[in-house]
Design a binder for this molecule. Structure first.
Ligand SMILES: *[C@@H]1O[C@H](CO)[C@@H](O)[C@H](O)[C@H]1NC(C)=O
Ligand SMILES: *[C@@H]1O[C@H](CO)[C@@H](O)[C@H](O)[C@H]1NC(C)=O
Length: 342
């Protein structure tokens, strides 16, 4: 009898210890963000939402951007994942190693160069007094694939206002006008590339069929960043720059470029590990002469028409627009593809 009572006490102690531990875990980690949506009622953004009830960020991205329109996560900031290029530029290579590549302001560098894909980045920046190097940020990308050219960049911005979209987009020389508002979408005439707004302004998902998927944001250098790193940013220019994350679907073993090289199986990362700012050198090897010129020393790209992309016959000047017209419309006859809105 006495033994039995003792067992109960032990059980109670175990239960309460478990409860305390659970409480500690809950207090320690922030719960995933959530948001309430009302079906068919316009939200803060003026758009109808398509779901009712509470939506929640997944555990894998507790601080995600939630959208009633998408009925869930619309966007997850990915600066801490493989394939990212953020800040002043800080990279996370295909091998998982963090590194910095400073380059020079007002110059272009090969980020990725492979046989069927080439990505140049335009660096902006400034040199403050008594510094031996430029502070730099990625302001634009020039992406070459097949015989196509895609440009995505930020306008120059004085004072930052997150509600004002700053994207500049071109496909094969035509300006793309992507309507504002989450979910608005543009698809190229032959569907090689699709662009979706994942927030009302300044965040896109860009997919190039069979080659890459990317999340592309525009962010300013904040007053706080400027204070901590002594960038001396003023209200005249907040150095709005891109925040990037890439998923590559089809790189070859000979891929190169500042970021690309880290995906090559034979790559041995030269950066010093365990230091606060592991630096990747190679300015000379990776420098290109313009945003769309694949002419850095490390370049691998050949502009050829790959048969893998099926020609749907919806060419630039085609009048046989078999597109779902309720969803998409041709872009004012300017030939730059179709503007689609959900
Ligand atoms: C730069 O160096 C000069 C000479 O050493 C010094 O007088 C000046 O105050 C420095 N400027 C800044 C912004 O540190
Ligand atoms: C590309 O990324 C978006 C956003 O994460 C995702 O919804 C989509 O399914 C991805 N596409 C492919 C082909 O992986």
């Amino acid at each position: 009898m006495a033994m039995k009572k003792y067992k109960y006490q032990l059980l109670l102690v175990c239960i309460s210890v478990t409860l305390v531990l659970q409480a500690a875990v809950v207090v320690g980690s922030k719960p995933p963000k959530d948001k309430h949506c009302k079906a068919d009622k316009p939200g803060d953004d003026g758009y109808l939402s398509h779901c009712a009830g509470t939506i929640k960020c997944p555990e894998s991205c507790p601080d995600c951007h939630l959208s009633c329109k998408f009925c869930g996560m619309a966007h997850c900031p990915k600066c801490d994942k493989v394939g990212s290029v953020c800040q002043d530029p800080r990279f996370i290579g295909g091998d998982g190693q963090i590194f910095y590549f400073h380059g020079y302001k007002d110059s272009d560098f090969c980020l990725v160069s492979d046989k069927g894909l080439h990505i140049n980045a335009h660096f902006i920046g400034k040199r403050t007094a008594n510094r031996t190097r430029d502070f730099t940020w990625v302001q634009a990308l020039g992406i070459l694939f097949d015989t196509h050219k895609f440009y995505v960049g930020s306008k120059r911005v004085g004072k930052w206002d997150s509600s004002v979209d700053q994207f500049v987009l071109y496909f094969d020389g035509y300006s793309i006008s992507l309507p504002s508002g989450e979910g608005s979408k543009w698809v190229s005439p032959n569907r090689e590339i699709s662009i979706v707004r994942v927030e009302n302004a300044n965040y896109l998902n860009v997919e190039i069929t069979g080659l890459l998927n990317s999340s592309i944001g525009i962010v300013p250098v904040t007053k706080e960043d400027s204070r901590v790193h002594k960038y001396e940013i003023t209200d005249a220019d907040c150095f709005a720059h891109l925040e990037l994350n890439f998923d590559f679907f089809k790189l070859t073993d000979s891929v190169s470029g500042v970021l690309g090289q880290s995906y090559a199986p034979s790559f041995v990362n030269p950066v010093k590990k365990g230091v606060p700012m592991p630096l990747m050198g190679g300015e000379k090897k990776f420098m290109a002469s313009s945003i769309f010129t694949p002419d850095c020393e490390a370049a691998q790209f050949k502009a050829i028409h790959h048969s893998s992309i099926v020609d749907t016959g919806l060419g630039r000047n085609s009048k046989r627009l078999g597109m779902p017209s309720a969803v998409c419309s041709s872009n004012g006859g300017k030939g730059s593809g179709f503007v689609c809105k959900r």
